[in-house]
Design a protein around this ligand. Structure first.
Ligand code: ADP
Ligand code: ASP
Ligand code: MG
Length: 411
């Protein structure tokens, strides 16, 4: 019998009628003879009673709650969801057992709010599955070796599912969500974005890491590490979704790709803070070293760094603004901080060095009258920093420029 992980996101378990649909997916797999392990997210979105953002809002504006207590609060969302979903599964005659993440064997470090999985102990889940009991695991959480509850970072229920899939050597990890699969762009911005049928881990990781929240980047990393097949699909349709598995890359075995289809997808990340920083007069030429060491020591990680002899531009997440500004003042650097920046990226294997790609990116921005504030690139990505108000326009323009709504025949 094959172990199958089925993970259901917040909108899939939002209300009783949707939970009935979820229950039918579990029932169908169990009837087909699979050993099913269910992973759930908290129910619904901000405003719904027990959604993660609603729980966060309960303590909004308070800076005194220790991170460990915040995690205790947040972990309740997934636990409530698991217990409530169990009611629907039992109604169908299934035998189920609800477990918090730690109880399901997920051991993490103590980086509360963004903990890393150190180990998965699969014995409890394996024993339940062998007895014909369906575990319903609260996603997004684990516990430290000494039993403190942690959470895995926003969107982390995907990571729970793939980590359990790796530890239990699951045949497939099904990530059920509210869209048909991973698309060439966020369908909320580009309604005619195409569903990608299959891809390997690398490009999906880039899409996720640069903002496509349809799957958590760490889930893709774990999937790649343990070669776990992952399918992202809709709870509410029969479509086959997107398969992420080894051997589905867009390059041919020699590392080439049809230049006409060099780009796989467009992704975006909003609400970044951009800084322009200048060293104090007569500062030693190693000023950048002092600057980034100081920011690092204060827990500020920077992104999109464009360094010049006399100034540097970089971005940080907005919640780090205060600490970054305090640090810069302490070390005597000058700075300007700009809120409401957004990052838009194109992702495709081996776009670097492919003549014409950058030109087409620039053409799309010029035709839409969009200013580019900064840029960065890697072998498979080109990222632009823009004013936040241009983000949607830029995503749509790039999607059109690279004809991503058209079907691609693989070379
Ligand atoms: P869940 O609660 O099921 O985990 P999420 O909200 O975390 O769902 O992720 C699904 C959402 O991701 C979609 O509703 C969609 O708006 C968004 N999204 C962003 N980029 C993409 C993309 N490239 N493909 C599909 N969905 C995307
Ligand atoms: N409920 C958590 C969040 O909203 C985890 C998840 O949904 O994956 O981030
Ligand atoms: Mg999610």
């Amino acid at each position: 019998m094959a172990i199958v992980i089925q993970k259901f996101g917040g909108t899939s378990v939002r209300d009783a009628s949707r939970r009935d649909v979820v229950a039918r997916w579990v029932y169908k797999a169990a009837r087909a003879g699979d050993q099913v392990v269910v992973v759930v997210s908290a129910m619904g979105r901000r405003g719904d009673a027990y959604a993660t953002d609603t729980l966060l809002d309960l303590i909004a504006g308070d800076n005194n709650t220790p991170a460990a207590e915040r995690d205790l609060l947040l972990s309740c969302g997934e636990i409530i969801s698991a217990v409530v979903l169990a009611v629907h599964l039992r109604k169908l005659g299934l035998t189920v057992r609800v477990l918090p993440g730690g109880g399901a064997g997920i051991i993490t470090d103590d980086n509360f709010g963004d903990a890393r999985i150190l180990e998965v102990q699969p014995q409890v889940l394996q024993a339940l599955a062998d007895e014909g009991i369906i575990p319903i695991v609260a996603g997004f959480q684990g516990h430290t070796a000494d039993g403190q509850i942690t959470t895995l970072g926003r969107g982390g229920s995907d990571t729970t599912a793939v980590a359990l899939g790796a530890a239990l050597q699951a045949a497939i990890v099904d990530i059920f969500t509210d869209v048909d699969g991973i698309k060439t762009a966020d369908p909320r911005i580009v309604p005619d974005a195409r569903t990608i049928s299959a891809l390997d881990y690398e490009e999906i990781f880039q899409l996720a890491n640069l903002g496509a929240r349809v799957i958590h980047p760490r889930a893709v990393e774990i999937g790649r590490q343990f070669a776990v097949p992952i399918r992202v699909r809709s709870t509410f349709s029969e479509s086959m979704g997107t398969l992420i598995a080894p051997g589905h890359g867009t390059l041919d075995p020699w590392g080439h790709r049809d230049p006409a289809h060099a780009v796989t997808g467009i992704t975006q990340l909003d609400h970044l803070m951009q800084f322009r920083v200048t060293p104090p007069p007569n500062m030693h030429k190693d000023w950048a070293y002092q600057l980034f060491m100081s920011l690092g020591e204060n827990g500020v990680s920077v992104d999109l760094i464009n360094l010049f002899p006399d100034q540097v531009y970089f971005c940080i997440p907005p919640e780090k603004t205060e600490i970054a500004e305090t640090t810069l003042k302490e070390i005597g650097f000058g700075f300007e901080a700009y809120a409401d920046r957004a990052k838009v990226s194109i992702v495709g294997s081996a776009i670097q060095g492919l003549p014409g790609v950058v030109g087409r990116v620039m053409a799309a921005m010029a035709q839409s009258d969009i200013d580019i504030l900064q840029s960065a690139d890697s072998h498979s990505t080109i990222t632009l920093l823009l004013h936040r108000h241009n983000m949607e326009k830029a995503v749509a323009a790039l999607h059109k420029q690279f004809h991503l709504n058209e079907e691609v025949s693989k070379t």
